[in-house]
Design a protein. Structure first.
Length: 411
């Protein structure tokens, strides 16, 4: 069991902490409660653009990386549709450098045309490489708007289209920053070889003076229930035909979330999983196949994607997947098969807790999405899922009328 400590600053910043004396390092993880779902539909890709801008210099520190490297530290960041996450690790004797750097860029960035131009160029290049010039790179741009008609999950994190980033102005960027990058819209998680008292002292010293901001109340449109199958066929210059299927699933805090996660592992986690055993090895209908959940805070998607084997049509491949889903809807999963998947979740969590940086990321995520103590209940929640619940969830979720199917053909 982790010993978790909490402290809330007067400006609204939430601090969560767990000490780990087995390392000489400290991790700082700053999670901002802003993702692609918070963007204006006409100005998408901003959360991801900020992931880059945050390294372009802050109000008092022209270069973020140099001081951290001198202190023996490393850093990185990632964005998704729900959150933007920044983290660094630093030797414990240089930990104050980390607090200084992170607090300054929360206070304000060094907004200037040159920095914006550089980072905009980097993001546009990334968009071209990942989405326009890579085989199957546009799948997310095709599948998301097919699945979502109202909710802003209908565009990927990188943005709806290249022009949204190309046309981003300094004023728009500033406005986005001061609306969302606020102490009262963030969680700071600190783990590693540092006491709670020292953590509170440094957090109050560096983050305490940052003023709270007016963060808008999130009021996103709910996605209406899908009443009929949605299909799309595209032809592209790709080496192989590919099948992409998705079904609507519940939000992250729903009890069925754990059932969906287990179902994705029953289908496709390891060599002994059902899709791999039956459709790849036995029937040889696919050369590769995968099932996974989006894991998003709001109602997400259960994905199945695969490349049919030579001579197998996309229609045959899709039918084979539907047959496997039908088995989940009609037959109870055997106890030993379910137990194996649950054991895997438990071991993953135990190993995850051995890494102080993993712990920091998880502390921040669970604090944002409910309360940090929920982290300790995760294994129990997976353990509580029954074969009956899995069958019921499969019956409710995997109907043809709620499916989204993309046939991606090689031209």
């Amino acid at each position: 069991m982790l010993k978790i400590n909490r402290h809330v600053l007067s400006n609204g910043l939430r601090l969560v902490h767990s000490q780990d004396d087995s390392t000489q390092m400290v991790a700082l993880n700053v999670l901002y409660n802003v993702g692609a779902r918070d963007e204006n539909p006409e100005h998408t890709g901003f959360a991801h653009l900020f992931e880059h801008l945050m390294f372009g210099g802050s109000v008092n520190i022209p270069d973020y990386d140099a001081p951290l490297q001198l202190a023996g530290g490393e850093n990185n960041a990632w964005t998704n549709n729900d959150i933007t996450n920044y983290y660094l690790t630093v030797p414990k004797q240089n930990v104050e450098t980390g607090f200084w750097l992170e607090s300054d860029r929360m206070l304000s960035l060094d907004f200037n045309e040159r920095s914006l131009e550089v980072q905009r160029g980097v993001v546009m290049e990334e968009f071209k490489q990942r989405c326009l010039n890579q085989p199957y790179g546009d799948v997310s741009h095709l599948l998301r708007p097919l699945a979502y008609k109202e909710h802003p999950y209908q565009w990927p994190t990188i943005g709806k289209e290249l022009s949204h980033i190309a046309n981003a102005t300094l004023d728009q960027v500033k406005e986005f920053f001061f609306r969302f990058y606020a102490p009262n819209n963030a969680v700071l998680a600190v783990t590693g070889n540092i006491s709670f008292e020292e953590t509170v002292r440094l957090t109050e010293k560096w983050f305490g003076p940052i003023p709270r901001r007016e963060v808008p109340v999130r009021n996103l449109p709910q996605e209406p229930r899908q009443m009929g199958e949605r299909r799309l066929t595209v032809e592209r210059n790709v080496p192989l035909d590919s099948l992409f299927m998705a079904y609507h699933m519940c939000e992250r805090n729903h009890p069925d979330y754990y059932a969906f996660d287990i179902l994705s592992d029953i289908l496709s986690n390891g060599r002994s999983s059902r899709l791999n055993q039956r459709l790849v090895q036995q029937k040889q209908l696919f050369s590769s196949i995968d099932a996974y959940i989006s894991g998003s805070i709001d109602a997400g998607l259960f994905h199945i994607s695969g490349k049919p084997a030579a001579g197998v049509s996309l229609e045959q491949a899709e039918e084979a997947v539907c047959e496997e889903l039908k088995i989940l809807q009609t037959e109870l999963i055997a106890e030993h098969e379910l137990e194996k998947v649950k054991n895997k979740f438990e071991s993953t969590q135990i190993f995850g807790y051995m890494n102080y940086l993993n712990v920091a990321t998880n502390l921040a995520w669970f604090e944002l999405n409910g309360q940090v103590e929920d982290m300790e209940q995760e294994v129990e929640r997976y353990r509580a899922v029954t074969a009956e619940q899995l069958r019921t969830v499969a019956q409710q979720a995997f109907g043809r009328e709620s499916g989204v199917v993309l046939h991606y053909k090689s031209s």
